[in-house]
Design a protein around this ligand. Sequence first.
Ligand code: HEM
Length: 275
Amino acid sequence: MTQVTYARGSSRIARAGLTTPQPVHPTIEGMDVRVLRPRRVWLMLLVAVVASAVMVAPYALLDVGSSRLDVGGGLRYGLLVTHVFTATVALVLGPFQFVPAIRARGRWHRRIGRTYLLAGVLPAAVTAVPVAILSGRLVTQVGLVVPAVGWLLTAGLAVHAIRRGDVAAHRAWMTRNYALTFLAVTARILVPLVLLTGLATGAIAPADAPAAVTSLIPVGQVLGWMINLALAEVIIRRRRSRGRDQVAVDRLVGPLASTAAASAWWPGGPRCAGW
Ligand code: HEM
């Protein structure tokens, strides 16, 4: 019996009545639509929604007194609130773009993508720059203006890539873009993590904890986007090598599949041999 296998496994991919080999990953018009495992995407969405709710809460009623940052009222508060609301749009919408079922529906993918960029990333990045500069803290000024510019740059490169039909480059730039969006979450996870580690190892004395938090916040902000971008690169590289595997499988299986398809119609062929 002809046994056709995946490059990475031993499962049979040709069965009776099946004349087309199953791809290693779900594809649409030959394009792998799986960017992240679906469970990871839902987890990312859950984290994004919960984190957004926590982050937006002090600003939801537009009460200057509830602001976590001491920005006074007026323009600075207006910029911060615009940043928070629009950044939330990006944080919550982003994970949907990694859901294979949505990626498969081109129109929804484009609608969500446009909203993510025009109502989320663009205004959030533009307002983040003055908010960072007005913070008066050098680490925040440099450490957050850089990702704000990177946010705009990766968005522009992603749009440029898809306009010239380069889907792989579009996905890579959007993955980097969402990694920057997710800095808000990573930064806020890092600060308590570093604090607890410091307390547990004795590097930070309990009495110094409040002061340590203040100095750790800018460090968390900077480390947050650096870690996220490094992880994004790992995901992009893995996806590329998976893509190369898929091409290798297609090359290997293509001729075999046509043979299997043809032989399924032959009397005494594989179909009769118990496929
Ligand atoms: C590249 C992405 C981002 C950049 C560059 C950025 C930049 C900034 C800057 C400069 C500040 C002021 C920080 C300070 O003065 O200490 C800030 C505050 C804030 N940002 Fe972002 N941000 C980004 C993404 C996000 C996202 C996705 C959210 C999601 C909701 C978010 C929510 C907030 C909130 C809530 C504050 C106020 C501080 C607080 O209440 O904890 N930011 N951001």
